[in-house]
Write a protein that binds this ligand. Structure first.
Ligand code: PEP
Ligand code: MN
Length: 470
């Protein structure tokens, strides 16, 4: 890798940069070892990695399967995690929903599913404006729990929050690994993923049907000895037959943090730099400038990476970007996450597909039908309409097949969170529960983007899975 180091991004312009208060009065070089930011980063540098090179290599292998149309990718979770939401209930309900969703896909599409959660580090948020208005006060925008607080009186960026982010990620991951190792994620026990609160009887019985079918299939496989095959021969979607793999991800926005967890290991499968904060990180639609700091950082790490592709991306720009981040056209490395909006997908996706095909770059195409379809409701809440989300997704599937390509997966914001009475959140309009705009205020809990709730997420899973069955 030419002229790259974990800190070479510092020589480039940084979009969405955070200015810590004392930084405004000192030159960058002078304050380097003086500020608490540097103390915090030096501390993080000494702390252990959150994920390991061999896990990252395994994900690369699986992304390669997605690129060859041999697996489907599910990328999902909250828009942003918060330190307060790092609880046993929230983590297990998120994993339960991701597992239920993936089970529906496996059953319908008959493809292994690669699961990547927006979890264990998804704290930073890009913002359209660095400031927001509150009455007649002008405040710094909330940039995510690893930068400042949601409370209007806590908006000054505090470097200590990066250390808190590291420890909250570690705690989340610790519990996640515990859940996966103790059978919660086993396909032999999907009833543990708690559907009891799903009020729609037809959704519940549709899911039960799949669970029963799957139990039979697993019993049959065990009877004929299929469960003793080595993992790679089983197509990569399952660990031991009936066990599942799960990977973590977040937007790689705070480059100081990412750098402090960028490591090389003498014993790693490849002599290369691994970002050990998560298995997969992505570049947001606001930070993908060809000459910018984020692209510079991302080009040098070994992890699979995502690139958000919105309607302002030019065809040639996309190819230039791929040439920078994956010059050797390696498989298993790049996921393009398209997020145009239902009304714009037709204008951009076909030419983006054609440009990438012509360039010969191997990519996995994933549809994010959430971020191009955010609206403000008549009652002033940020929302998304289920119908519009489906419309972008269905257009994506159709356009890929007419362009001799294939949709490789979906990237969604959903939550299995329930309130104290066991009701799901009300942040997106529509779905089989027919949530109306007037009902959004009932249980609107997101402090960031609106998420599909449990029922709406399952509705979407059945829709996608039926689509792939055809
Ligand atoms: C997100 O995924 O939460 C996000 C902000 O996406 P984008 O960069 O595509 O706007
Ligand atoms: Mn979001």
């Amino acid at each position: 890798m030419t002229d790259w180091s974990p800190s070479s991004w510092k020589t480039k312009p940084i979009a969405q940069d955070v200015e810590y208060p004392d930084q405004q009065h000192l030159s960058r070089r002078l304050h380097t070892w003086l500020t608490s930011l540097c103390r915090v980063l030096s501390k993080i540098q000494t702390l252990p990695p959150l994920v390991t090179p061999s896990e990252i290599e395994r994900l690369r292998y699986k992304i390669g399967l997605v690129q060859r149309n041999e697996a489907f990718l599910l990328h999902a979770g909250d828009c942003a995690e918060s330190f307060d939401a790092c609880t046993h209930e929230n983590i297990s309900s998120k994993i339960g929903l991701i597992l239920s969703f993936s089970l529906i896909l496996i059953w319908g599409a008959r493809l292994p599913v690669v699961r990547i959660g927006r979890i264990a580090g998804q704290y930073a948020k890009p913002r359209s404006s660095p400031y927001e208005k509150l009455g007649d006060r002008q405040l710094l925008s909330f940039r995510g729990d690893n930068v400042n607080g949601l409370d209007p009186n806590d908006r000054t960026p505090d470097p200590e929050r990066l250390l808190k982010a590291y420890f909250h990620s570690t705690t989340t991951l610790n519990y996640l690994r515990g859940l996966l190792n103790s059978g919660f994620a086993s396909l032999h026990h999907p009833r543990d993923w708690s559907l009891t609160h799903v009020r729609s009887a037809s959704l519940r019985s549709e899911f039960e049907g799949i669970v029963n079918g799957l139990s039979d299939a697993l019993d049959f496989s065990r009877t004929i000895g299929m469960d003793s095959l080595p993992p790679f021969e089983r197509g990569g979607g399952l660990g031991a037959l009936g066990e599942v793999d799960f990977f973590t991800s977040h937007e790689g926005l705070m480059l100081e943090y990412e750098q402090s967890l960028t490591r090389n290991f003498p014993s790693a499968p490849k002599k290369d730099w691994y970002n050990t904060s998560a298995h997969f990180i992505w570049i947001g639609d606001r930070t993908r400038q060809l000459n910018g700091a984020h692209v510079e950082y991302f080009r040098g790490i070994r992890n699979p990476i995502g690139i958000k592709v919105g309607p302002t991306m030019k065809d040639q720009e996309l190819v230039d970007l791929l040439n920078i981040v994956n010059p050797d056209k390696e498989f298993g490395r790049i996921i393009l996450i398209t997020r145009y909006g239902a009304g714009k997908v037709e204008d951009h996706l076909p030419t983006h597909i054609a440009a990438v095909q012509q360039s010969g770059h191997p990519v996995a195409w994933i549809c994010d039908p959430m971020h191009g379809n955010t609206k403000t409701s008549s009652t002033g809440l940020k929302t998304r309409h289920f119908g519009t989300i489906i419309s972008e997704l269905v257009s994506c599937i159709r356009i890929h097949s007419t362009c001799n390509s294939k949709l490789g997966g979906v990237s969604l914001e959903f939550t299995g969170e329930l309130n104290d009475e066991g009701f799901s959140v009300t942040e997106c309009v529509g779905g089989s529960m027919e949530l109306s705009e007037e009902e959004l205020g009932l249980r609107y809990q997101s402090f960031c983007d609106p998420r599909l709730n449990f029922e709406q997420a399952l509705d979407l899973a059945f829709l996608v899975s039926n689509y792939f069955k055809k």
